[in-house]
Design a protein around this ligand. Structure first.
Ligand code: HEC
Ligand code: HEC
Length: 207
């Protein structure tokens, strides 16, 4: 192959990836929280509804963290890094969430983080289904979605609490490997906040 053809191919590749990045540029990264308040901090809010909303806003510091949003995208392509850039290379959800036949998630993502190559990993690594998209949504919208069995994988509230507090893929958010910023607090704190929210009536923020 002549140098000219190689150069042309390179420019074409750049053009294609450049266009893909441009298409997803409007993904905004919410401010990243670094800690979570304990449930006891909310006891002082006498109004039950207001307390419930405040608890969910605390829960939202995790839900809207890049560690979670990157895998709950609004398109069928994950995003990556703290800046939530479109996933490189281009991979898609496909039918199962595990990627298209030629490029499955498991080709690169294994059972655990592989820091030598900077690739995060978990036994359950795959893209969240489209109905569980959180990117670009307000906390109120995410909240309503989490309570809706037709969009939360058919989970009851107790199952949802268990998922938040115990699921190992959710847990990866606090052990993301590489230079990724972990989700704020601990998974146990997060689970306790979510349960306290459910126990206080599971009221969603208006926005
Ligand atoms: C590697 C991708 C990935 C990451 C990272 C990820 N999730 Fe998910 N999430 C999924 C998949 C896949 C499902 C659907 C399968 C299931 O329910 O386990 C899901 C489902 C969920 C659900 C249940 C359904 C719903 O209503 O959305 C919740 C809650 C959830 N994730 C929370 C989180 C939280 C909190 C974080 C960050 C701490 C997180 N996820 C990070 C892939 C991911
Ligand atoms: C060709 C290899 C490859 C394939 C295939 C692949 N990934 Fe990745 N993925 C990577 C690498 C490398 C990174 C780390 C990039 C970085 O942090 O700079 C990454 C990072 C991510 C992240 C970002 C984690 C974070 O919070 O920063 C998510 C989410 C993700 N991949 C999901 C997926 C999903 C879902 C699939 C399948 C549909 C998939 N990946 C397929 C190589 C791959």
């Amino acid at each position: 192959m002549s140098a000219r053809i190689i150069a042309a191919a390179g420019i074409l590749l750049l053009a294609v990836t450049g266009a893909a990045i441009a298409a997803d540029k409007d993904v905004s990264v919410p401010p990243m929280a670094t800690s979570l308040k304990p449930v006891t901090d909310f006891a002082g809010i006498k109004d039950r509804k207001a307390r419930s909303v405040a608890l969910f806003e605390e829960v939202g510091k995790v839900l809207q963290h890049p560690r979670c949003l990157n895998c709950h995208p609004r398109t069928d392509r994950p995003t990556q890094t703290d800046a939530m850039r479109p996933h490189m290379p281009l991979v898609v959800r496909a039918d199962t969430g595990m990627g298209a036949a030629g490029l499955r998630c498991q080709t690169c993502h294994h059972d655990r983080n592989y820091d030598v190559a900077g690739v995060p990993g978990n036994p359950k690594w795959q893209l969240a289904p489209a109905e569980m998209a959180w990117q670009g949504k307000t906390l109120g919208q995410i909240c309503a979605q989490l309570k809706d069995k037709s969009r939360n994988g058919g989970k009851s509230m107790p199952e949802m609490i268990h998922h938040m507090a115990e699921d190992e893929l959710v847990g990866w958010g606090w052990n993301p490997g590489g230079k990724r910023t972990p989700a704020p607090g601990t998974q146990a704190q997060f689970g306790a906040l979510f349960k306290a929210w459910a126990d206080s009536g599971a009221v969603c923020p208006v926005r």
